[in-house]
Design a protein around this ligand. Sequence first.
Ligand code: SUG
Length: 446
Amino acid sequence: MARHAVEANFDGLVGPTHNYAGLSWGNVASKSNVHAVSNPKEAALQGLAKMKRLADRGYVQGVLPPHERPHLPTLRALGFAGADAEVLEAAASRHPSLLAAVSSASTMWTANAATVSPSADTADHRVHFTPANLGAKFHRSIEHPVTGRALKAIFTDEAYFAHHPALPSVSQFGDEGAANHTRLCSGYGEPGVELFVYGQVAFNEQAPAPKLYPARQTLEASQAIARLHGLSKDHVVFAQQNPEAIDAGVFHNDVIAVGNSNALFYHEMAFLDEDKVLGDIRSRLKGAELEAIRVTSEDVPLEDAVASYLFNSQLLNTPDGMMLAVPGECREIETVSRYLDDLVRSGGPITSVEVFDVKQSMRNGGGPACLRLRVVLSDEELSAMHRGVIMDDALYERLTTWVEAHYRDELVQSDLGDPMLLEEVRKALDELTGILGLGAIYDFQL
Ligand code: SUG
């Protein structure tokens, strides 16, 4: 019998080294804002304000900690030696782009942290987690070990939670986590349909693939995760992303589609074979009709969808329908803003639109949906997890004070080699694991 369950959202707290290094080829915003001056304090406060607003509305909101950056163990593994200050100095002078890569605050985008399957879908009825290897980008490929530790520290009880290591970090198994994974269901506690969207088939060179930008997720990676999580094939759909969309800057599926409950909100350019995707979902979805909310290029040109991040919105249940939590940029682009007004008047499942300001993250290609990892939890699982990361007034106050005390309000590339910055980060993170009650998760704490 189905149990009551909720969708909890775990947002990544923006780290103290948030900066614009132009590290993500294929991600238009990251490339166009390269070397802009960042404001880590503002970025973290914008993220916290988003979490607080959703927590105040009654959603279960959690927080995932940032990682230690610059990451000296990676620099040491690549041959930089000596005391910490010497390692930083050598990297800054000899390989500044490598230093930028190991300094990225990219763990804020927790939609890429892992793929999560709720217990209603899995063979052993536990919640399954697989951290994403993020092998497509070096700066992100170093995230999964600490992500795995953080998830284990939060979801510890093995009676309820199962953790897998990341897939092999090679291009054939490129995995970008929940950004390419959506679950459709009649109710969160019911068995659902897990939709895995991939950009490329790795073991078939003849299969359609993007020509300009990399496909970060492979079919083989998605299939491996479905196997590891014990998902039955009657509850899984694998769909190829439209290669043209990837070449237009849609580097993850969550830049062009978002699903919630029985609704799938997507652009007509999202999938290579749209009819098959919808048909496959419809034939597997039990207890509800799929509500397909299709946006045409005439409604919103793909370019505007990418620039506004319309689809990188959170789609959340409300008492009278669903709310679309959009980034502020959606109200700055006329076609998108007009479309949103028409959408709420259309009588469909989306009954309200709310704007969230996450501009600091948006300039690196991360909207509201990139910033959160969804974890569907039954009431029992929710009480079994570590509660110290759940947002409430007191945690919001503590984290805001912590950010105000430790974060800089300006950061440029040349600051990344400053040994003081590393010291500030470690001091801040050590305090943070105390605030969140996580124990030791960082390399410098082990
Ligand atoms: O992987 N940007 C991230 C943005 C991730 C967005 N996530 C989702 N769509 N779910 C990326 O491309 C840019 C960092 C820099 O250029 O400084 C960056 O890593």
